[in-house]
Design a protein around this ligand. Sequence first.
Ligand SMILES: [Zn+2]
Length: 468
Amino acid sequence: MKFSLFVGSILTLLLLTPQTTSQPDWQRIDEETMRHFQALLRIDTSDPPGQEAPAVEYLKSVLEREGIETRTFAFDPKRPNLVARIRGNGKKRPILIMGHTDVVNVDPTKWTYPPFSATRNAGYVYGRGAVDDKDNVVAGLMVMLLLKRMQTPLDRDVIFLAESGEEGSVRFGIDFMVKQHWKEIEAEYCFAEGGNVVRTLGKVLLAQVETSEKIPYAVKLIARGPSGHGSVPLRTNAIVHLTQAVARITAFQTPMRLNETTSSFLERLATISTPEDAMRYKNLLIGKESDAIQEYFAVNNPRIHSMLRTSISPNIIKGGYRVNVIPSEAEATLDIRALPDEDFPKLLDELRRVINDPAVEVVKVERDTRPGAKPSRLDTEAFRLIEEAIKRHYDVTTLPMMSTGATDMAYLRARGVQCYGIGPLVDSEDGPKGYGAHSDQERILEEALFKFIRFHWDIVVNLAGTGH
Ligand SMILES: [Zn+2]
């Protein structure tokens, strides 16, 4: 009797212990993660055309089976967005977890394993979307399932948004959600793709958290001149004028400008770099031998060079159709990645001044762009908790990072949401070997995916759970 009373009180104690202190059964969660991940990879959501509906149906059925509220919002019925919400006590403002369900197109002939097979081999899972962005989709899904099952007491609502159209058709996805259904996703903080943990030669080196990103623009240079017979060369040849304009733009250097994210990135990178590189980063920060160092990075580390400035890359050139005809028109398209606070009209004027040729017109052309916004702050509770979780799970330094690319977070940052891009561990050798995002053999390490779920869960529970 006494004994059973004792057992009884232990049971009561166990039941009363806050659920957040207990850990999920991770081995079972890993198996479940893999099952959902493979199911999502097997749904072809290539964008264009998108057709994210089957992926949304899948997520919806998994979430609703466990009693989690979901809603879908669609600008085009084939391209819905899913929102799921687990309610907290409202003491603090919500957090938003995002993952985009669409993927970039594939050339199936280039893939060893079919791109929508989700083949597992030697510790990897292969498939379009494996690292962009079905890893974040499945992480969001698993975090929601765990919060619900463990009945984690929350100070904040946790919202999961699986959005469509990130890869070039935001009007169906984040643009639509922010403009038409803001109330559904409004949050203090958001987490999405854009960061990673970098391992090189088997050693985990650093983690990058995306706190800012550049804004993509497209600009056309259009050269015009009289056409004529190729046997009589003309100084007014459109191709001659265009190539000179492209050469001038290429020689032109936009000024280096740092913001809080990029300054902090360089400072922290210096603490974990070779003495030579550390000196370069430090000198950039104080403006010492800046031109020579920038030139060094232009050649040896183009990504760093791009992070320092608004970048311009001539990526399409068109002109002429017959060997014996001087064409009357030729054009080049520039991929411009502007710093988030760039004055774009002023930059266009600057380009016109640099080209200095009335035969060449400089025009901005339509592109799926994103709004500019201030970098997310580094002094927030969320950033601190991410940094702590990185230390705990990976034991490395966190670098806040400005992406040279673009993500859907730009829309939320423009509305004042503090957004942080996080992601799983990647081997730095994997991208160059052709296994990275958008490549012909996209893959993820299974262990990296499992660890990412633990890491993600940890951040969400610490940020949204009560008593933290
Ligand atoms: Zn992506």
